[in-house]
Write a protein that binds this ligand. Structure first.
Ligand code: GLU
Length: 441
């Protein structure tokens, strides 16, 4: 037997792909990639009443979006398929007959139950350490059903059979399954197979200590894509939900995480989910991303908001505003004034900057100075504005604010001089002229 690591993600397609499931998939994927092993995707769809195609699709889409490619599984195939439990009836029947023939099963009201050995089970969990469960008392640990009267299979049985058949070496899963593991170990023993190593990863809690549920914002992976998150940032964020990189550095490219990931560094205590931290992480990725890479991510968002751009004009604009973006979707509000014919004035900004006594006179003085500028670049725009302010004997801000509101409609934004440079002389002077007319007197 080769000692190549084989791990799997085994979701039941009953709801959307949630952060907890995505993190389980991610830790398995990281472990496979770190060890040069194999990452299997297996769909645990035995519960026909609760499975939906939409949920299955959400699993595939979510994993692809996060970049969690699987080596064996749906759409990929592999030597141990099929990878849908609903298509593995013959395999389960074979194992069922084996257990029955060996006297491990008995019928009970049409269902089939597995007889537990009445003893203490010791687990040596990769995350939780040594855990003992005493199964000697049939009252507290009754024999488990593995097949329903209607012939349907129970999770514990098919989960173990598939882990055997798919040669799984390590099972990394949520610690809601920790209490199932002694049962699973008993099945392995009855089948005479060496069990995989188990590692149960901690729960994800909300900052208030409550258990994260599907109603919480950010619980579904699809939400991140829809709300302007960069996939690599979400992956980086999910890694830190329960895994300790043993360094202060938190922003880490996934390749680096693959290099240093180890199951031994998964925390035992619950992870706290903090959406603000995810946004911070997202911002770090946006800031570092080359604008050429950022532009195609932002374009569809702007298009949806009715802002039409070209790659050529968008790139310098993104260079100016990207430090302000916590989400890609924030771009709409930060770039719109670069692409509209007429800026929309924020009434509050107008009140503060344009209605101030003398504001329009100062804008006129700046307008004249700018008209005379031989070159149109940020450095000259800045020097000219400052010289104009000095000549007028007022603070620079007295010129900056009306100029910004005239050019962008807003009180805040990226560096004014760079903004004016990117807007270009014609547009800036036209906007100054319009503002002077609109706010005169
Ligand atoms: N289908 C199970 C679940 O979604 C899989 C558990 C396991 O990973 O063994 O929780």
């Amino acid at each position: 037997m080769s000692d190549q690591v084989r791990v799997r993600f085994a979701p039941s397609p009953t709801g959307y792909l949630h952060v907890g499931g995505a993190r389980t998939a991610l830790f398995n994927w990281l472990y496979a990639r770190h060890t040069g092993g194999v990452f299997v995707l297996r769909i645990e769809d035995t519960d026909k009443a609760r499975n939906t195609d939409a949920a299955m699709q959400a699993i595939f889409d979510g994993m692809k979006w996060l970049g969690l490619d699987w080596d064996e599984g749906p759409e990929k195939g592999g030597a141990h398929g099929p990878y849908f439990q609903s298509q593995r009836e013959d395999v389960y029947l074979r194992y069922f007959e084996t257990l029955k023939a060996a006297g491990h099963l008995y019928e009970d009201g049409g269902a089939w139950r597995f007889k537990f050995s009445r003893k203490k089970i010791i687990m040596d969990d990769l995350v939780c350490g040594r855990v003992e469960v005493d199964m000697s008392n049939a009252e507290t640990h009754p024999d488990m059903t593995i097949r329903r009267p209607d012939g349907g299979w129970i999770f514990h049985f098919v989960n173990v059979v598939d882990d055997i058949e798919m040669r799984i070496t390590h099972v990394i899963r949520g610690d809601d399954h920790l209490s199932n593991t002694p049962k699973h170990l008993q099945l392995f023993e009855a089948l005479g197979v060496q069990p995989p190593r188990y590692g149960h990863i901690p729960l994800i809690l909300n900052p208030d200590g409550s258990k994260m549920s599907k109603r919480d914002t950010g619980s579904a992976v699809g939400w991140y894509e829809e709300n302007g998150f960069v996939a690599d940032a979400v992956v980086n964020f999910l890694c830190l939900l329960g895994w300790n990189p043993k360094t202060e550095q938190e922003v880490m490219p996934v390749a680096e995480i693959v290099r240093i990931f180890d199951v031994a560094n998964i925390n035992r205590k619950a992870a706290v989910f903090d959406l603000a931290k995810c946004e911070w992480m997202n911002q770090q990725y946006i800031i570092k991303m080359p604008v050429e890479q950022l532009a195609p991510l932002v374009e569809p968002i702007l298009a949806k908001a009715g802002i039409s751009t070209t790659r050529e004009t968008l790139i310098p604009v993104l260079g100016l505003v990207r430090e302000r973006l916590k989400r890609l979707t924030d771009a709409t509000a930060w770039v719109d004034y670069f692409f509209v014919e007429q800026v929309v004035f924020d009434p509050e900004a107008v009140e503060k900057a344009m209605r101030k006594p003398g504001a329009m006179d100062r804008l006129r003085a700046l307008d004249i100075a700018y008209q005379l500028l031989p070159a149109w670049n940020a450095a000259d725009l800045e020097a000219t504005l400052k010289a104009t302010a000095t000549a007028a004997g007022v603070k620079v801000g007295e010129f900056v604010h009306p100029a910004r509101v005239a050019a962008t409609g807003r009180a805040v934004g990226a560096s004014l001089y760079h903004t004016l440079e990117v807007l270009g002389r014609d547009r800036v002077l036209a906007r100054f002229a319009r503002a002077m007319t609109e706010f005169a007197g």
